[in-house]
Design a binder for this molecule. Structure first.
Ligand code: SF4
Length: 287
């Protein structure tokens, strides 16, 4: 029996730099708030909470005063910065540089669309922090499209500019763009390719990894959109793919059927967790 960890798996640079910044701050101060989970992985959040991190939701944030808070890699809408200023809250801003760039582009696109009576469309998950941050750049006027069922919200007689949440997959984005172009009456459809290259590269690589092993333990938090997407790609290439969040989800009886076990994960899965899974499987199967 052998185990291989997918070396391409693990945090993206946006999450790595947010966590590094957080750990640095926690060394200086015992306590630091973070607006929302720093990463969509409960195990990593629990580890950081033990170091003094306090995760708060939007309602709790609005009640805070005179403290310090971290904005995670997904970014926030302008309203969050205004609330912080009003309540004397110092922001440690760990918004991923690529998300910041996209926010600026959406803001500029919104200003441009205003001059032509156009609309901004965001392809993404409704309520996802990054999408909320992007919609906030448009005075909350952008139309969020999660799937083709949302297309009726668009006025196809007016120009539009579409952007994608950085973690969506390219295939689904292209399908939505094609459907919009088919229905649009004037053809004034502007498209920005805003999918993170790290995510699209992972999508290409994970299938190759899944083919090289007999089964895959895919490690991810239940709430990670990127995790669900990569897990489905893994399943396409290797039907013996198991979605797990931690060791308690592993069936060692099932694993005994396989000679070569692969471990992979989402862009929000820490490498230490994949190593922990490796140690556990080694211990259990060789005992
Ligand atoms: S997935 Fe890409 S855009 Fe999103 S936080 Fe990571 S590096 Fe940044």
């Amino acid at each position: 029996m052998r185990i291989t960890i997918d070396r391409q798996a693990g945090f993206c640079f946006g999450v790595v730099s947010a966590i590094n910044a957080l750990e640095k701050e926690l060394k200086k101060n015992d306590e630091l708030y973070c607006l929302g989970d720093i990463v969509h992985n409960n195990k990593e959040v629990e580890r950081l909470e033990q170091l003094g991190l306090k995760t708060v939701n939007k309602q709790e944030f609005e009640r805070l005063k005179d403290c310090r808070i971290m904005i995670r890699a997904h970014g926030e809408p302008p309203a969050t910065y205004l609330t912080a200023k009003k309540n004397n809250i110092e922001i440690i801003d760990a918004t991923c540089p690529m998300v910041l760039k996209l926010q600026k582009e959406v803001r500029a696109g919104y200003e441009q669309m205003k001059t032509t009576g156009g609309q901004i469309v965001i392809f993404g998950k409704k309520g996802h922090a990054e999408v909320v941050g992007l919609v906030g750049q448009t005075n909350n006027e952008a139309i969020v499209v999660s799937d083709c069922g949302d297309l009726d919200k668009i006025d196809f007689s007016r120009p539009l500019h579409i952007y994608s949440q950085t973690t969506k997959n390219s295939e689904d984005y292209q399908n939505i763009i094609n459907l919009i172009k088919e229905r649009h009456l004037t053809g004034e459809v502007f498209v920005t390719d805003s999918i993170c290259k790290k995510v699209s590269l992972r999508a290409k690589n994970i299938g190759n990894f899944a083919k090289t092993v007999d089964c895959v333990l895919f490690v991810s938090g239940q709430d990670s959109s990127n995790g669900k997407y990569l897990y489905n790609l893994c399943c396409k290439e290797n039907k013996n793919t198991f979605f797990i969040s931690d060791v308690q989800d592993i069936s060692t009886e099932e694993l005994r059927k396989f000679e070569h076990i692969g471990i992979s994960g989402a862009t929000s899965t820490p490498m230490w967790l994949m190593k922990k899974i490796e140690d556990y499987v080694l211990r259990e199967l060789t005992a």
